[in-house]
Ligand binder design. Sequence first.
Ligand SMILES: Cc1cc2nc3c(=O)[nH]c(=O)nc-3n(C[C@H](O)[C@H](O)[C@H](O)COP(=O)(O)OP(=O)(O)OC[C@H]3O[C@@H](n4cnc5c(N)ncnc54)[C@H](O)[C@@H]3O)c2cc1C
Length: 447
Amino acid sequence: MTRHVVVIGGGFGGLFAVRGLRGAPVEVTLIDRAAHHLFQPLLYQVATGVLSEGQIAVPLRDLMRRHSNVESLLADVTSIDMEARTVHGERPGGGSVDVRYDDLVLAAGVRQSYFGHDEFAVDAPGMKTLADALLIRGKLFGAFEMAQTAGDPIERQRWLTFALVGAGPTGVELAGQIRELATHTLRHQFKRIDPGEARVLLFDGGDRPLASFGPRLSTKASEALTMLGVDLHMRSVVTGVDKTGLLVRDDSGATTRYEAGTVLWTAGVKAAPVADVLATASGAEQDRVGRIKVGPDLTVPGHPEVSVVGDVMSLNGLPGVAEVAMQSGYYAGRRIRAASTGKAWNKPFTYHDLGSAAYIARGNAVISVGRVHLAGKLGWAGWLGIHLMFLTNFRNRLGALVSWAITFSRESRRERAFSLQAVVPGQDLYDDPATPDPEPGAARRAV
Ligand SMILES: Cc1cc2nc3c(=O)[nH]c(=O)nc-3n(C[C@H](O)[C@H](O)[C@H](O)COP(=O)(O)OP(=O)(O)OC[C@H]3O[C@@H](n4cnc5c(N)ncnc54)[C@H](O)[C@@H]3O)c2cc1C
């Protein structure tokens, strides 16, 4: 019988595992709870109107069209039976699907962590999925619209205040983009407000933004953000979030309230829930944030048939970045491929660090590759090259290049459509107040 490989997750880890299996005498089932592969590093550009969702999300079915041995299923894996070697997935809207495996690759990634305060998520969305980016887009562009019609100056100022929690690459990129939006794209588009007055507050419990890039680039990033008009609040811990602002404790222990119409959470991650499912079923150890600890060949100790790759894998402190996911996924695919053809395999996984990059503003990015540290225009050129190289699918690369050329040269952003529900939860553009809901509590239907 043909060996069957099940891959859970169609992110970088899962996709590269499938690529590693190309041409192998195996059947592959790729299960994801979304029908697309998402290029997460550019989510913030969808959120700020530079790119469309289609430019960073490619249908998995389309990506798999040349892999004749791969079937792709839309389902949320909720349990794993290690004895029967079967994964159980829930279909959207009800029903289930069971898939048997000989080899299992878990590549389910991570989700946002609120450090024990999951209640913050309602008022401070994170940015991990396409839905998150579209929600944030609505919140950002909606805030300027709400400020424009606010009669009360205090309310107007609140709508024009954007608070970001977490000064890692995502927080820094979003902060820079919001200030650029306010001071360039939207500059002449409102009559009753000056979008340039928008305040962007960036909070982080650490000493400096982009700490993982080292002191030199981090200082450059601080300077660039300050020049853009971002208010940096380092050594500041957010202790409360609600609909109109947040509470922050600084390093002196004093707590201050900041009024903000938009609060976004870009700090902290924890493993996808299916990692707990695997740990319970297999006895695998998990690290502090729930990632599965694996051996040097990326398998779960005692279970050579189960590999864990990408963000959800815990190995030697490797960071949760795209390169780790790609390389570990590809390694797992090749290892299973070797086993399927009866070849010996005793190479442990080794990671080749290709560096990291973060975009701050037009013409300004930081890149760290080994001993090479670039900032400013050179960093930006490098950032462009890296993203063009890694963006999935040629058409998207071309599309992104055109969008960037227009955005950077003409300060115009095309992707600004949003749903009112992002600004006022529960309210839809086509709601007719005269028409009651068909059933109490039922969502109103847009026609
Ligand atoms: C906003 C943002 C910016 C980033 N910027 C950078 C950057 O500049 N550079 C960089 O190197 N990295 C960056 N990263 C990190 C990088 O995107 C991740 O390291 C990479 O995507 C990890 O790949 P993965 O395959 O492990 O997980 P993911 O890409 O998260 O994929 C996991 C997949 O598993 C699926 N899944 C999860 N649970 C289930 C389940 N129960 N059943 C079925 N499917 C499931 C999900 O739907 C998803 O498709 C960024 C991440 C984010 C969120």
